[in-house]
Ligand binder design. Sequence first.
Ligand code: PLP
Length: 410
Amino acid sequence: MNRTVDWAKLRADFPILDQKVHGKPLIYFDNAATSQKPRAVIQALVNYYERDNANVHRGIHELSMRATTAFEAARARTAKFINARSADEIIWTHGTTEGINLVASTWGAKHLQPGDVILLTEAEHHSNIVPWQLLAQRTGAKVAYIPVTGDEGTLDLSKLDSLLTSQVKLLSLVHISNSMGVVNPVAELCARARKLGIVTLVDGAQSAGHMPVDVQAIGCDFFAFSGHKICGPTGIGALYGRQEIMEKLPPYQGGGEMILTVGYDKTEFKSAPHRFEAGTPDISGPIGLHTAMDYLDAIGRDNIWKHDQELANYAYDQLAALQNIRLFGPKTGRAGLVSFLLKDVHAHDVVTLADQGGVALRGGHHCTQPLMHKLGVESTARASFYFYNTKAEVDRFVEVVKEIQKFFGG
Ligand code: PLP
């Protein structure tokens, strides 16, 4: 999409950004943790609760039909958002974490044997490590990791051939690393895995709302993402599963909504995706998410991606010019975030002092503790950007970092 975006005008869609924190204008750079919500999404939730609220699927009264129509329209919109072939390939979840756990519980329990290998990367979020460790304990499978190269955090693909053994049954990897800002070559890796009959899952938590995503072009079997990171409400996410795989999977949880018939001894289940959605679902969540997806695509995720990268490069170059700073992630091609450590200053101190200056950062292991250990650090400070952030905010953030260095005598 080749058109100019009025970024300042978009910013005005986010009421929360227009406030002071500790007497300073808020600079919200914690977007990798959760994004802010535009007025349109907040209003979609208000409209739903004020006009259409009812339970879905079971009712034949007007409100229930309206709620069901909106709920299923959101599923079709999600399929379009990531270019799935059909709405039947979209399962509602609470978020990325639940999507990955669902695959571990259903696909994993059905397909894994003792000695099988689940291949991850060393840069995974805990939500793409812990479910597999739990599954490995249950099934006797093992977890192995594609290594990353030092502080740059990119994958060391020279080890891939030796890691792609005939025991590997699943490759699950992050699209954009939340602590390093690395963009992994997921299409290339999924193609290599698929040639060997390995099932693939892509963790799209940091990519779905920041760049155009096409699950058919990526060629993955599963793709998980969270609504709250892409301007949608908290508590809603989606799992894409290729139809051929999903049709054969056992249910995730049992209960109402996911059944065709129930007897005292036996139950027949609905087909995918409804087989995986037991009980009353989050209804307002998909409706808010629908508006968020429309909102993002009206801007153009290609435009958002360029803007993200521009801010990240701008921030990286300014930080790199400072003394006594260690920067993480790739020098080029980074996604919209910068992770760093100031010499002899704990990341939590950086974040606490930045907060006093109105800048919301995140400090800690970013749920990538094994990667932090590998890099020999406990934590980093992270600034993560979205389309409503500006270069002027980055300038102020760099000033704040310099002030923190001065405060600590650096
Ligand atoms: N994967 C990555 C790369 C993430 O950054 C996150 C959240 O920060 C998650 C998974 C988990 O997402 P959620 O907590 O929304 O389930």
